[in-house]
Design a protein around this ligand. Structure first.
Ligand code: NCD
Length: 310
């Protein structure tokens, strides 16, 4: 019999297809409990540490809203000096101390792999809210939930990823979830920002298929287009960023020319890659995506804490 068994959420590779089906069902249920007001109180008495060592508005507030919506409480810290926390030992010590204060921790950190170090230091559940250019698993889970909610299915969809496939951790995370489904990916990026081979390896042996292109018009064949920001802060050479920053722009004209009813997603924040003239199209799902995110995180907080709800 199936049993969900994840206490820590560190990497999207940890999830099986059964886990994903279970999480989608639980999120449907939580949406109802949230709407009726019955979700409030499920995490009464629980305390969350919200540790954001790297810039964030959306993800941090989404987790904090999720905790508050469940009647839990939180303590938070933002903007530690990057220099003092970028060493594993220091993070280890920070986590040891935090473990004494709270029931669960959510961490965003500029160093890839840091959430694993954090989780290894403590016995409380740890949720990775983005580790450098690595992983952002809760964003991927909310992206997957958004696709199901908007399209009413996943199997058979054509899904385009546009932008910074090299450094975009939301892409690195979401493709690991989508690999469990028979979908086709268009990986649209300039040569310099192609999906690194180490991420392609994770797709081998799964029902998903994919192709790479530099041509943004591939979104005309896509049911879903996942637009991303060029990740300025990850470029070792800023001149390279300057060269690539405006390479793609998804605007109303492009979306309306699609052969399909292309749903536009974006993890946000956007810079220049997604024009605001798309916002008033029914296809623009990125603000709904942010809304689904709170409910998905409500589910994840409960399950990581071992608090069930029916
Ligand atoms: C993303 C991130 O932090 O990786 N934002 C988010 O969590 N919503 C995407 C980005 O910063 O481009």
């Amino acid at each position: 019999m199936y049993a969900y068994s994840h206490k820590n959420i560190l990497d999207t590779l940890q999830f099986s297809k059964e886990d994903l089906n279970f999480l989608i069902e639980k999120t449907n249920r939580m949406s109802v409990l949230h709407e009726t007001g019955e979700a409030f109180g499920i995490l009464h008495g629980k305390l969350l540490a919200s540790l954001f060592f790297e810039a964030s508005t959306r993800t941090r507030m989404s987790f904090e809203a999720a905790m508050e919506r469940l009647g839990g409480r939180l303590i938070s810290t933002v903007g530690f000096q990057f220099s003092s926390i970028s060493k594993g030992e220091t993070l280890y010590d920070t986590m040891k101390m935090i473990e004494a204060y709270v029931d669960i921790a959510v961490i965003r950190h500029p160093v890839e792999g840091s959430s694993r170090i954090a989780a290894g230091a403590v016995n409380i559940p740890v949720i990775n809210a983005g580790d450098g250019a690595g992983q952002h698993p809760t964003q991927a889970l909310l992206d997957l939930y958004t696709i199901v909610s908007e399209k009413k299915k996943i199997d058979g969809l054509n899904i385009a990823f546009i932008g910074d496939l090299k450094y975009g951790r939301t892409i690195h995370s979401l493709i690991n979830l989508l690999r469990h489904y028979p979908v086709h990916l268009y990986l649209i990026s300039p040569e310099e920002l192609k999906l690194p081979d180490k991420y392609k390896k994770n797709l081998e042996g799964f029902p998903m298929t994919w192709e790479e292109t530099t041509d943004i018009k591939a979104i005309w064949d896509a049911d879903v287009a996942y637009v991303t920001r060029i990740q300025e802060e990850r470029f070792p050479d800023h001149r390279e960023y300057e060269k690539l920053k405006d390479i793609y722009k998804v605007n109303k004209e492009l979306v309306l020319a699609s052969k399909k009813d292309t749903t536009i997603l974006h993890p946000l924040p956007r810079v220049n890659e997604l024009s605001t003239d798309v916002d008033d199209l029914p296809n623009a799902a990125y603000f709904r995506q942010a809304k689904y995110g709170v409910v998905v995180r409500m589910v994840l907080l409960c399950l990581s804490l071992g608090v069930n709800f029916d």
